[in-house]
Design a protein around this ligand. Sequence first.
Ligand SMILES: Cc1ncc(COP(=O)(O)O)c(C=O)c1O
Length: 516
Amino acid sequence: MTLPVHTAEATPTHPKPGTTPARAHLLNADTVEQYRRAVAAGTDRVARRVAEANGPFTGVRPDELAPQVEAIDLDRPLGDTTAALDELEDVYLRDAVWFHHPRYLAHLNCPVVIPALLGEAVLSAVNSSMDTWDQSAGGTLIERRLIEWTADRIGLGPAADGVFTSGGTQSNLHALLLAREEALAAATPADRRILLPQLRIIASAAGHFSVQKAAKLLGLAPDAVVVVETGPDRRMRPGAVRHEIARCRRAGLTVMAVVATAGTTDFGTIDPLDDIAEVCATSGVWLHVDAAYGCGLLVSPTRRHLLDGIERADSVTVDYHKSFFQPVSSSALVVRDRRTLRHATWHADYLNPARMVAQRIPNQVDKSLQTTRRFDALKLWLTLRVMGPDAVGELFDEVCDRAAQAWELVAADPRFEVLTRSQLSTVVFRWRPTGPGRDLADAANLRAREALAASGLAVVAGTRVDGRQYLKFTVLNPATTTEDVAYVLDLIAEHAGRHVHEHAGASTADLTCPVG
Ligand SMILES: Cc1ncc(COP(=O)(O)O)c(C=O)c1O
């Protein structure tokens, strides 16, 4: 039977007689026209702001914006989409931080691709929940195909599986939960109490703090994360990993996992994955690779080799919302051996009774830490179906190229010192005064970052390295040009120089131009 096609014009624009005002807000067959109009109106507001943004931020301060948000009486609705959008302009859209702007150079936030935004609009309206087949149907199959595709790109082999998560923090937690349970697989409940405080995770000093957080959440000892210092290249040294495993074992401790990073947050460096995998294989230790940032290389036409060795991991974190140009949230945990996912399984009679496993009903909740879960996979699906993986990889290659050019620019500029060259797309650097302002360098760099954000002309990140204050560009926008970078460097030098001038009493010009 062919269903009649309802055009926008043919669809009733007013609620059916008898529909209560509250019900008129529910999306159903009677309200599709209001739905179309409301979403189109919202899209239009965003489109206008995106088109008009002449900087990544307005520089608004919390104390300026907070009173406006506070003043809104949430118990007195406006009752009208246009009025609510007008209000939203004031409390959010006008002062939003725009990641699509080429001078947004701060954190690991990417501009987003349009097919993914289409996916976002579809997934929230259909509102599938990915916990069970009976709440998602094709959504489950789509997510499974994407996990399979990602595992294939990594090279994890035929027994691989995984699940979408809310982000890298959750993916890392999930991986370490599986590693913990594998390490304790043979333990009795009494043994577990003794063994739990003896578990150790070996991680890099340049790794992400979510590893420490996960250790805490997993009930491990406060000193459970053994931090291995990196070499000057900011990569974990396989010899140091081997040394720490041996040291832990001599002390009667159990190393439950080594966490290698494919794309460190600050330096964009990739640990020597193959060599670390070899250490883990010979020691029988679970290898988790945090590729939250570096996963973009999985589709890179020119740089895939930088991930060589990742195929030997037991588990891998991938954040599509960092380097696949996907809107937050979109991440996955992928494992080599699907059987390990059972450690997150719980059967509830009302939801996913054990008999469903025998019936081969695919319930993703069986392997997820979450129950109700967004169909984030749809965004990646539409991205791959519209653009294809090569186009995503080209975008990621472009930002890596752009960051390399930015590094050259900073390195050639005597006003700045720059640290390790990134294998991905960050640049860690600092403005360096000479003469009497030298002692003020940390404060000047900090101040430059704040002043820049307050001006709204650019947003950069800051970090501390070896006890000193640095600035950081994270380049994730192919539209960022070297001219943008040069302009931002001039602004930083100006703000930092002014700070030193005001606090050291010397002339700005003297302080921004190093001698020689
Ligand atoms: C290397 C790495 N791992 C994990 C995370 C955490 O990811 P998320 O912010 O998606 O939780 C980050 C975030 O920046 C990261 O850089």
